[in-house]
Design a protein around this ligand. Sequence first.
Ligand code: GLY
Length: 355
Amino acid sequence: MSSIQTIQVHTAPAYEVSIGGGLLHTCGQRLREVLAPCRVAVITDSTVAPLYLKTVTGSLEGAGFTVCSYTFPAGEGSKNFTTLAAILEFLAEQRLTRTDCVAALGGGVTGDMAGFAAACYLRGIRCVQLPTTLLSAVDSSVGGKTAIDLAAGKNLAGAFLQPTAVLCDTDCLRSLPAEVFADGAAEAIKTGVLDDESLFALFEDGTLTAAPEEVIARCIRYKAGVVERDEKEQGERKLLNLGHTVGHAIEKCSGYAIPHGHAVAAGLAIIARSAEALGWTEDPIAARIAACLAKNGLPTGSEYSAETLAEAALADKKRSGGDITLVIPKKIGVCELKKVPVADLLPIIRAGLEG
Ligand code: GLY
């Protein structure tokens, strides 16, 4: 077994993120370090269940947990009230109590929705995150954001629930289809643009030269620091939404056919071009960001018009009254928050589509 890295997230309560190979095989034993024997409801999707569900339930049962599982159809299209209600009814049928636990086994959709079910059920039970995609490993499994989508937009109903533990088994990444790996690369490239030029540079030739463990650990270390300082996204945490205002709009306009990381990549390229065109950057970065995204199989623009994207974006949570907060890249490794009137969003997006 490869060595396991651990990162502490000092929220209240605090928790540990473990990163390395073989963690699904040993998840029962590892979770016994933070959980007394209890019922664990493993929530997963139809793609992940045939790959890892048996391993996880076997390991949990071997460590003394009583296990049940619920599998929903894979895809962002499932991240809605109907599936959430079915999961909540399942937890009730299985008689989970406040001392029991949900385990989210899968990618971002599973982590968000199982986490939200745990946050709602009995007004909140514990949840452990077992991410199986690069996207959920580098971003969504850590930080406690949970949600489902509404017709009006992505992640519009949700709660903050910090996980009790995150076990990121990097062996799962080996079997990811290229498009799914690229989805996670988009969030890692985003982290590079936010904070770490050398992380960004790892992606620039299009063949990841570092081990995924290193990329995940660097992304999570950065994210953990941000979340510790601003758990409920009152300020600094908004930076993590780089590329997401336009990205969420693209996802919504596509009926969620465009995956999250691909939409964020396009959103990142667009906001970088806007920032440069409007004189908000310190270095010329837009072409470098677009080239890096393209090398990793990610889009750098959108077929939707600026009008369509602006309208979709204005339903987003990032709006507050008459203003919207955008994350503006200044140079690779440095970004800032900029509050702009909602009326300015259309010309800003237009500048990014035209550049
Ligand atoms: N994915 C952005 C955040 O967790 O704040």
